[in-house]
Design a protein around this ligand. Structure first.
Ligand code: SF4
Length: 349
């Protein structure tokens, strides 16, 4: 059996930053104070459970946070109503929204001020879409598929713009955008892509490598949009793809011969130790060899939120000019169970 590790996979800079924010706030406050996090900080069960064990408390309603507490907003962003409610309760808000989500919020605000109606392509019940729509609720309608287009209420087809959720399948978004352009030829596009670099790169790696594999395994939780999309991209190129939270969800029926080539990747919110555990399983139980498919290098970095820096300073900690950056995972023999296996690195395409 061959395990091909997609690179890039797993954590993006936005997820790394959001987790760092919660950990930093927990450190600053110490054990006596509770840190509340509005919504799962990122959509990964393991990440949320680990932070909960460290003392974070996750809530879905601002009303559940005691007055005067600290609240961290998740990487997916929040609508202005949540910010306002937090202020009303006298909460100290620390915003861990990914800057690439904030960019889409800013666009929604700007276009609605310019009198545009906004067609927001995305999943209506996803936290990010709820947040973006909240910036301009009167001007925004959500489009989940081309089937929604006939139902749209359009005032002026020449004053329309589309925006997209950052974690969509680029394949699906392309289909919806084409249908919108056909229905409204003068619809305006955003100045650059709203789907983020991490989503695009992880999907492109699967699109490129999956056709050479028998199976694609995606590490990620069921509520992780970009993880689910990776299985769909695999299916689009004709390779069966399954999403698993961790090694315990592997199903041997997916690799009946034991001699398959398996592309292993991870959504942007899935920690690398879950990937290494799966590698170890395949090496120990199926004699697998590990291979790398190096498709893109990523060098995106984000600064810490200003509100966190303020909190750190107020507690005598110098935040400096710290940047959050994700380095590609280093494959070490012990962690990945590679003691007796070969490792080959494929050339970038
Ligand atoms: S997936 Fe993209 S938008 Fe979401 S947190 Fe990561 S970088 Fe930001």
């Amino acid at each position: 059996m061959r395990i091909v590790l997609a690179n890039p996979r797993g954590f993006c800079a936005g997820v790394r930053m959001a987790i760092d924010v919660v950990e930093q706030v927990l450190d600053v406050l110490g054990e006596d104070e509770v840190v509340y996090v509005y919504h799962d900080i990122v959509h990964n069960r393991h990440v949320v459970d680990r932070l909960r064990e460290k003392g974070a408390r996750f809530v879905e309603r601002v009303a559940d946070v005691p007055e005067g507490s600290i609240i961290v907003f998740s990487a997916h962003g929040v609508p202005p109503s949540v910010r306002a409610e937090s202020d009303e309760r006298g909460l100290t808000s620390i915003d861990a929204t990914c800057p690439l989500v904030t960019k889409v919020h800013s666009r929604a605000i700007r276009y609605s001020r310019q009198g545009y109606q906004i067609l927001l392509i995305g999943h209506a019940d996803h936290q990010e879409v709820i947040g973006t729509r909240g910036e301009a609720p009167e001007a925004t309608q959500v489009v989940e598929s081309p089937a929604d287009i006939p139902e749209l209420r359009i005032d002026d087809p020449d004053k329309l713009v589309y925006l997209t959720q950052t974690t969509l399948s680029t394949d699906d978004a392309g289909v919806i955008i084409a249908a919108l352009k056909e229905a409204f030829p003068n619809i305006k596009a955003p100045p650059d892509e709203d789907i983020c670099y991490a989503t695009t790169n992880r999907q492109q790696a699967v699109r490129q490598v999956a056709p050479h594999c028998d199976l694609v395994l995606v590490v990620g939780s069921s509520n992780s949009s970009n993880s689910v999309r990776l299985t769909e991209i695999a299916a689009n190129v004709g390779t069966p793809g399954y999403r698993i939270d961790d090694v315990s969800e592997l199903d041997p029926a997916w690799y009946p011969d034991g001699d398959e080539t398996v592309l292993l990747t991870a959504g942007a919110s899935a920690p690398e130790d879950l990937v290494s555990e799966i590698c170890r399983h395949f090496v120990e139980h199926h004699g697998a060899t590990l291979h790398l498919a190096d498709v893109f290098e990523e060098a995106v970095e984000f600064g810490l939120p200003l509100t966190l820096k303020k909190l750190m300073k107020a507690n005598g900690i110098d935040p400096g000019d710290r940047k959050v950056r994700v380095e590609p995972p280093v494959i070490t023999a012990g962690e990945y169970g590679m003691n007796a296996v070969a490792l080959t690195v494929s050339a970038k395409e």
